[in-house]
Write a protein that binds this ligand. Structure first.
Ligand code: AP5
Length: 192
């Protein structure tokens, strides 16, 4: 199974991708996690991405397209994968279409999680509070200023992807305002 999760920051893409990973035995390919790992390891990509991510902006299409293409070739993706946070621009979606065609692969569904903006801000604030309470490190882009920018980037660059996937008949929309389990149940209904 090959899936894409679309949705604004805090919509629950990562939460749902992790749950489906366990259920379907396929990996979650989160470009955010891959980029944060590159930043932590101070790789060339990480050095280029850090300031952009901290500001809540999108890393270049070229960088993420390459990361994803390499990752999809790994043996654990043979049975499928869940793309979480990629594609995020129309050029990334076009690059992904081409990449899948070249590799002889097809998408099964594109699932968009719809969540109100006020709820997204509350979720980000909850995540910060929970991380602090657990003694963890708060994400450098989970602050009001960077989060506002992430929402703007989403509205301007990622939201148009819904039309892209609706046009080719692959878009399924899920109410992401419901509780985590209810959202998972809705997604599983779509995939059944
Ligand atoms: P990324 O890591 O992808 O972050 P994001 O899209 O901003 O999303 P989040 O991780 O904040 O939210 P999520 O939708 O996964 O929600 P989650 O499940 O965590 O990207 C970070 C940065 O990397 C970007 O800004 C950019 O710079 C760069 N980047 C990444 N991909 C890129 C790309 N393709 N191109 C260019 N740049 C890229 O949930 C959030 C919180 O809500 C959690 O606390 C969770 O417990 C809670 N929650 C989840 N579901 C529910 C629910 N149903 N009800 C109540 N609470 C819930």
């Amino acid at each position: 199974m090959r899936l894409i999760f679309l949705g604004p920051p805090g919509a629950g893409k990562g939460t749902q991708a992790k749950l489906l990973t366990e259920r379907y035995g396929i990996p979650q390919l989160s470009t955010g996690d891959m980029l944060r790992a590159a930043v932590a390891q101070a790789t060339e990509v990480g050095k280029r991405a850090k300031a952009v991510m901290d500001a809540g902006q999108l890393v270049s299409d070229e960088i993420v397209n390459e990361i994803v293409s390499d990752r999809v070739d790994a043996p654990d993706c043979a049975k499928g994968f869940i793309l979480d946070g990629y594609p995020r621009t129309v050029p990334q979606a076009i690059a992904l279409d081409r990449m899948l065609e070249t590799k002889g692969l097809k998408l099964d569904a594109v699932i968009e999680l719809k969540v109100d903006e006020a709820a997204l801000v509350r979720r980000m604030e909850n995540r910060v509070a929970e991380t602090v309470a657990a003694g963890g490190t708060v994400r450098s882009d989970d602050n009001p200023e960077a989060f506002r920018r992430r929402l703007t980037e989403y509205r301007e660059k990622t939201a148009p992807l819904s039309d892209h996937y609706a046009r080719i008949g692959q878009l399924k929309t899920v109410d992401g305002m419901a509780g985590v389990e209810a959202v998972t149940a809705e997604i599983e209904k779509i995939l059944a």
